[in-house]
Design a binder for this molecule. Structure first.
Ligand SMILES: [Zn+2]
Length: 282
């Protein structure tokens, strides 16, 4: 009961904090700090990369940027890396071979998310079968030092894909339920932001449809979701949804907000999570 009280307390506190710091977060969110409900003694670091999107504007430059990111990530030596989708701009054997060739230079495990450029805005059998054959699973979870990491397929949330979306939803809810029973704090990673500025905003290119958005946010609220990591928007977005950090990272291909190309380093330490951007060194 004492823990449960702390949860509610924290949620209220972060909601208030969010109201007062929303604009500050948008302007100065190189760094942010927050606490969550199940303090854990484990300390670790992981990296969020977004939209390597080889060939978005300049194929050679994108190759070079992704290579540089891998080099810097290896120097940082995090526990693992999550790439939040749009691995390539046009999914084919050649672009994925280039992507895998660079990705495989990482000295730590790397978990890929499927984006709209990988499996289409609304996937189909062909795009899913191809992605699963070349890259691997498009949704899965893993444990790390007591925390649950869920890699979701947000493209299956963008529209109802027969035999796929329902299965994915069932798996997602079940995985959250297992984590809740274990009292494991959860990080979710996907490609599309759930919302960009306001949970009640209109449907657009960079968010999820309102009904699915509401459903997913309810699941975040009901479970111990510490953070949601995404890409797709090609700009930094940091929101706080009732205590869940919603972080869309800078990319290594093109940033529409003119921020330097780069990635984001997350540190988890004794119940505290921080994240900061690391620009590519050219
Ligand atoms: Zn995208």
């Amino acid at each position: 009961m004492e823990n449960q009280f702390k949860v509610e307390n924290n949620l209220k506190r972060y909601t208030m904090q969010f109201i007062f710091t929303k604009y500050w977060l948008f302007l100065f969110s190189f760094f942010s700090l927050f606490s969550f409900t199940e303090p854990a003694p484990q300390t670790f670091t992981f990296v969020q990369v977004a939209d390597t999107q080889l060939g978005f504007e300049d194929y050679e430059k994108d190759l070079q940027s992704f290579n540089q990111a891998v080099k810097q990530i290896n120097e940082i030596n995090p526990d693992f890396v999550i790439i939040c989708g749009d691995l390539v701009n046009v999914a084919n054997d050649s672009s994925y071979a280039d992507f895998l060739n660079i990705k495989n230079k990482l000295k730590v495990p790397c978990y890929c998310v499927a984006g709209n450029h990988d499996i289409q805005k609304i996937p189909n059998d062909t795009s899913l079968v191809y992605y699963r054959k070349v890259i691997g699973k498009d949704y899965y979870s893993f444990m790390h030092k007591g925390y649950t990491f869920i890699i979701a397929n947000t493209q299956l949330w963008n529209g109802e894909v027969e035999n796929e979306s329902e299965k994915h939803d069932h798996w997602f809810k079940k995985t959250l339920e297992v984590a809740r029973k274990k009292k494991s704090s959860v990080f979710v990673a996907g490609h599309s932001p759930i919302y960009v500025e306001d949970p009640a905003e209109q449907t657009g290119y960079f968010n999820l449809p309102p009904a699915k958005r509401k459903e997913v946010l309810n699941l975040f609220r009901e479970n111990n979701v510490v953070a949601y990591l995404s890409g797709h928007a090609h700009r930094l977005i940091v929101n706080n949804f009732e205590g869940t950090q919603m972080v869309t990272s800078e990319t290594t291909s093109v940033n529409f907000d003119k921020r330097p190309l780069g990635f984001r380093v997350w540190k988890v330490s004794a119940g505290t999570v921080t994240h900061e951007s690391v620009p590519l060194k050219y």
